[in-house]
Design a binder for this molecule. Structure first.
Ligand code: NAP
Length: 214
């Protein structure tokens, strides 16, 4: 389930009002989960999972689930380390997948003042030490904290490079140092302009996940 809040049912995946505000649906995500469980029972899918749910919403799904969510996919990288949310999931047996693990540098709506993860000095220093790229240091960090990372690349050499992270290890101190770079900074917050002001697109939906601490 991509988000805990739903858009209006129909063929248009991003239904909007003329003022640019999304047209929402208020189906309880627990009902959606029960419907998804039927797909597992029928053998149509092997596993089902969640994305962009916060810890409270995960527990809410677990309270009704007969098929446990296999994974939680959330934005996660050194600037959004998600330490508490990862601990919460790992305690409950959910695998965490890190999306935008390299800070999603090719986003169309990038803000000119946003921090550039792949330019982080602490990461670049480790890259030099291990003769690896900053991307490889970040991916190795996720491997060592048992988080699955899904970097995206259209460049064959980078796709290969992003797999070559199993021939070196960071020390425990280096793993915690990278964790301490956390700024709780989200690159992926869908935004829209309302009355000339840029606002989080879905923040008014009751299931918007990012108002809870984690
Ligand atoms: N569940 C959700 O709500 C959600 C939200 C956002 C994203 N995602 C998923 O997360 C995955 C990745 O996200 P993303 O594309 O936003 O972010 P990302 O993987 O953090 O960043 C991709 C960018 O990093 C570059 N890159 C890749 N490997 C590199 C390397 N080794 N060195 C330097 N640059 C490198 C890519 O360039 P090139 O391609 O030009 O090589 C591309 O510009 C995708 O599968 C996406 O669908 C899920």
């Amino acid at each position: 389930m991509h988000w805990p809040h739903a858009f209006e049912r129909g063929d248009n995946l991003f239904p909007k009002n003329p003022d640019g505000i999304m047209r929402y649906d208020y189906t309880d995500y627990k009902d959606t989960w029960k419907a998804m469980e039927k797909l597992v029972e029928k053998g149509l899918v092997k596993a089902i999972g969640l994305s962009n749910f916060n810890s409270r919403q995960i527990d809410d799904v677990l309270s009704v689930a007969t098929v446990k969510p296999a994974v939680l996919q959330v934005e996660c990288h050194p600037y959004l380390a998600q330490n508490e949310l990862i601990a919460h999931c790992q305690k409950r047996g959910l695998v965490v997948t890190a999306y935008s693990p390299l800070g999603s540098p090719d986003r169309a709506w990038k803000h000119p003042d946003e921090p550039v993860l792949l330019e982080e000095p602490g990461i670049k220093k480790l890259a030099e030490k291990y003769s690896k790229s900053p991307a490889q240091i970040i991916l190795r960090w996720q491997v060592q904290r048992k988080v699955v990372a899904i970097p995206k690349s259209v460049t064959p050499a980078r796709i290969l490079q992003n797999l070559q992270v199993f021939d070196f290890s960071l020390t425990e101190e280096e793993v915690s140092h990278i964790g301490s770079l956390n700024k709780n900074y989200r690159y992926i917050v869908p935004m829209i302009t309302v009355n000339g002001k840029l606002v989080a697109r879905d923040a008014e939906h009751p299931n918007y996940p990012f108002k809870d601490p984690y």
